[in-house]
Design a protein around this ligand. Structure first.
Ligand SMILES: N[C@@H](CCC(=O)N[C@@H](CS)C(=O)NCC(=O)O)C(=O)O
Length: 107
């Protein structure tokens, strides 16, 4: 995948993911020693955005990720556009594009 394709895929996936009204409607599934998770975390830091984190080394969080999103891969952003309704956004590039797009409305 070229750098252009990588960027483009992030933009398209992030556009189809729904907006939410507040940062407590987002949760980042992640774990330590994951460079892709660190990449997302550094964007959250840049945006001064705090969201819930779920460490998938804890079995209950891993189970929720696999059951909800269908894959155990991290990072994954869980978006809750309506109470109890979840959208699971994988791929660090897509997550970063989503966060950049919606950060202003979340602060
Ligand atoms: N293309 C993905 C790669 C993510 C990835 O490879 N994550 C690793 C951890 S660093 C993972 O979860 N691998 C699958 C697994 O461990 O089951 C992204 O950019 O988010």
């Amino acid at each position: 995948m070229s750098v252009f394709d990588w960027f483009k895929s992030g933009v398209s996936e992030s556009i189809s993911a729904p907006a939410v009204a507040s940062n407590d409607k987002l949760a980042l599934y992640r774990r330590d020693w994951c460079p892709f998770c660190d990449r997302v975390q550094s964007v959250l830091d840049d945006l001064e955005l705090e969201i819930n984190e779920c460490d998938t080394t804890q079995p209950e969080h891993l189970q929720a990720l696999v059951n909800g999103g269908g894959q155990r891969m991290v990072p994954c952003l869980r978006i809750e556009p309506q109470p109890g309704e979840y959208v699971w956004l994988y791929e660090s590039a897509d997550i970063i594009a989503y966060l950049r797009r919606h950060a202003e409305g979340l602060k």
